[in-house]
Design a binder for this molecule. Sequence first.
Ligand code: TRP
Length: 337
Amino acid sequence: MKKIILTGDRPTGKLHLGHYIGSLKNRINLQETGDFEQYIMIADVQALTDNAKNPELIKNSVFEVAMDYLSVGIDPKKSVIFIQSQIPELTELTTYFMNLVTLSRLERNPTVKQEIKQKHFEKSLPVGFLNYPISQAADILGFKADYVPAGEDQLPMIEQTREIVSSFNAIYGKTFDNPEPIIPEGKFARRLPGIDGNAKMGKSLNNAIYLSDDEKTLHSKVMSMYTDPTHIKISDPGHVEGNMVFLYLDVFGEDKEKISELKKQYKKGGLGDVVVKNYLFEVLNCLLKPIREKRKYYENRPELVKKIVFEGNSKAREVVQQTLADVRKKIGIDYFN
Ligand code: TRP
């Protein structure tokens, strides 16, 4: 039997280069091995845990994310794309798991702690938000997933999932196996800085390059990238460390020889930012052009996108329904079977 992969994203906007390097590329590689059954979830229920008052954003992002997936090469014949809210059994499973986790355990989750600060939830923490790691455990275990490809910040969720596996199995009998994380390789794959040099790329910081940006937008974003503030005249020696243009070239450029030559010249002095930026634009445009074209295709066919996700929903739901039948039986609430 093929090993099962479950992964996903919160739909709170279009996907950007950080998503590409941190997870999408990984998913395409895993898909192409043909060794896995891969489920990719658009986590709208989870997105609502910190956006309950902003449902429009979630609603409008769900199909944007689906189109991003399809445009980068997630192939619906090989991977299953689905929407979390369309699988109500995941919510039911969350409810059973909630009895196995203490409040203080949830409060110790380092990723959640950090998010509480960022979102200014210290004095008005929604119960649903604190609970999302349990809901995420239900996502993973609903599919009996073997692997969860995700960023480093998701490790505490997998840890929580494993604790739930062990207490569920101990109380109700062996039902679940421990899932394993798959963390992307590469220094910046875990977190790609924004074009302004901020440690994280994101919509709220307005420092992201989106997979769907057109050529003109891409060009002007690359031209505005943070470089080396001490490199004022072309003849000045420049720094490549902390210089976003070189950092992005290291991440996305394939011609390593050319890049190391450019770095040498830049450090010595005599190489202008615009030349390097133009080269980065070429590199990124080469990556994004086919993605952009594929996106146009799907943007013009919204019914096709809907159909793909609709079919994904029913494939995914079947799997989770089987898990729930097993779970109800193990707990002993399958009264009428
Ligand atoms: N928490 C993930 C994020 O913020 C999204 C997500 C929800 C997820 N459920 C998941 C990721 C299950 C992996 C597995 O991006």
